[in-house]
Ligand binder design. Structure first.
Ligand SMILES: Cc1cc2nc3c(=O)[nH]c(=O)nc-3n(C[C@H](O)[C@H](O)[C@H](O)COP(=O)(O)OP(=O)(O)OC[C@H]3O[C@@H](n4cnc5c(N)ncnc54)[C@H](O)[C@@H]3O)c2cc1C
Length: 392
């Protein structure tokens, strides 16, 4: 069987690795696994807030895919998928290559959703990929260096003001890390700490709205202590160079504007004619299979997976994507062996949000937890993840 996996992210890489391991253990050599990614590296996206705010070892958040799969029966192609052709059981890459498949796994993650806000794609820095994180870090360092040489106080304050749009997971984690980083950045560049401003904006009346008010209260308290100014119930209506137009005819000026206000699935999925939800994610059944298609599976951020009996879908997080990858590897292996597939059961292990290096808030195993415990749990999980991909 020829299995093609699109995307070597949390879900796709896990599918490839676990399936290869199962096939190897059973000495089955007639299945070909092809893994395709636009980058030669696997990104630890959940650690990008460190990359964006830490100049010391930015490559800690990426692993070369060739190295990870060395000696394994996985063919890796570094290329950008331009089209999925379900009718022809093939995908087309940016160099014109056509790759055919018998089973296709789509794990292409998500892209930044600017929600149609004029000027946002041109004048904000998103945080979704490794390259985005490096661009944010380089931009901020340049702003601080420039500010240290400015004589005009107003200009200096503009250069040292950072606005983070989006007070969810990504925005809160970034704000917490950013607030600590600027102390060091001021020492290194000579920029005045007194002129540094960090603003975190959200359209909801709470931060981390997925968690409820208790988490907002913790996040507000921690971030406020770190001198992050929080603006809630604020809608960003337009973005211009170094300027935000927000609801109530107000204007906010900032030398750095970061967009952390949402993601959606890549357009490729809808363009392939697959059924999608309003975020462009492929609708799949409990077997992670696209409706009416036996040969296409979708997982992670680009899949709308039923969470239960109602309309609710499984959250888009790395931990879910990874477990969906584990499930798909077993499901594909069962199919190769002629066994009936089992349905995917989402396992609620809870979410963890860091708020700077020493604090956090989350729901491990469904329990509300705050403080350094979150950091310990997060570091433990990250370490476990790293060793799971480097020693598979
Ligand atoms: C800043 C940030 C922080 C986060 N923090 C956390 C956290 O703390 N905990 C948590 O659980 N989740 C976190 N998330 C969410 C988590 O990162 C995602 O849910 C997870 O990455 C989804 O995994 P995936 O396999 O679906 O996609 P990804 O891991 O995004 O992988 C998709 C892969 O597809 C590749 N790709 C995309 N398009 C193409 C194309 N056209 N051709 C070829 N290759 C392509 C990409 O290069 C990438 O390697 C965070 C997200 C962000 C943005």
């Amino acid at each position: 069987m020829k299995i093609v996996i699109l995307g070597a992210g949390y879900g796709g890489l896990r599918t490839a690795m676990n399936l290869e391991k199962l096939l190897r253990a059973h000495q089955m050599t007639d299945t070909v696994i092809t893994l395709i990614d636009q980058n030669p590296y696997h990104q630890l996206i959940q650690e990008l807030h460190h990359t964006a705010t830490d100049g010391s070892d930015s490559r800690a958040a990426i692993y070369e895919i060739d190295q990870l799969i060395r000696g394994r029966q996985i063919e890796f192609i570094c290329g950008r998928v331009e089209a999925i052709l379900p009718g022809e059981q093939a995908v087309v890459l940016n160099d014109g290559q056509r790759i055919s498949y018998e089973r296709l796994v789509i794990g292409l993650g998500s892209i930044t959703d600017f929600h149609g806000v004029p000027g946002a794609p041109e004048h904000t820095l998103p945080l979704r990929t490794y390259n985005d994180a490096v661009a944010i870090r380089d931009h901020v360092i340049a702003q601080f260096k420039a500010a240290s040489e400015m004589r005009d106080a107003k200009e200096q304050r503009l250069a040292l003001t950072t606005a983070i749009i989006g007070g969810g997971y990504t925005g809160c984690q970034l704000a917490g890390e950013f607030a600590v980083w600027v102390d060091r950045l001021c020492r290194d560049t000579g920029a005045p700490r007194s002129e540094v401003r960090i603003a975190l904006l959200d359209r909801h009346d709470v931060l981390l709205h997925q968690f409820g008010r208790w988490a907002n209260d913790v996040a507000e308290r921690v971030l406020d202590r770190q001198r992050v100014s929080i603006y809630l119930n604020i809608d960003v209506e337009a973005v211009e160079p170094q300027l935000l137009r927000v609801s109530g005819n107000r204007v906010l000026r900032a030398g750095t504007i970061i967009w952390a206000a949402g993601v959606r699935a890549p357009d490729l999925i809808a363009q392939a004619g697959l059924p999608t939800d309003k975020m462009g994610r492929a609708r799949v059944d409990r077997y992670l299979r696209v409706e009416d298609r036996e040969d296409i599976f979708v997982l992670g951020d680009c899949a709308a997976i039923p969470a239960g009996l109602g309309d609710e879908t499984v959250p888009a997080t790395a931990s879910y994507a990874m477990r969906q990858g584990e499930h798909l590897a077993e499901a594909l292996f069962d199919e190769i062996q002629g066994r009936a597939a089992r349905a995917y059961q989402p396992l609620k292990l809870g979410e963890l949000v860091s708020l700077g290096p020493d604090d956090g808030v989350g729901t491990p195993l469904g329990m509300p937890v705050t403080g350094y415990t979150i950091q310990l749990l997060k570091k433990g999980i990250e370490q476990f993840y790293r060793s799971s991909i480097t020693s598979f």
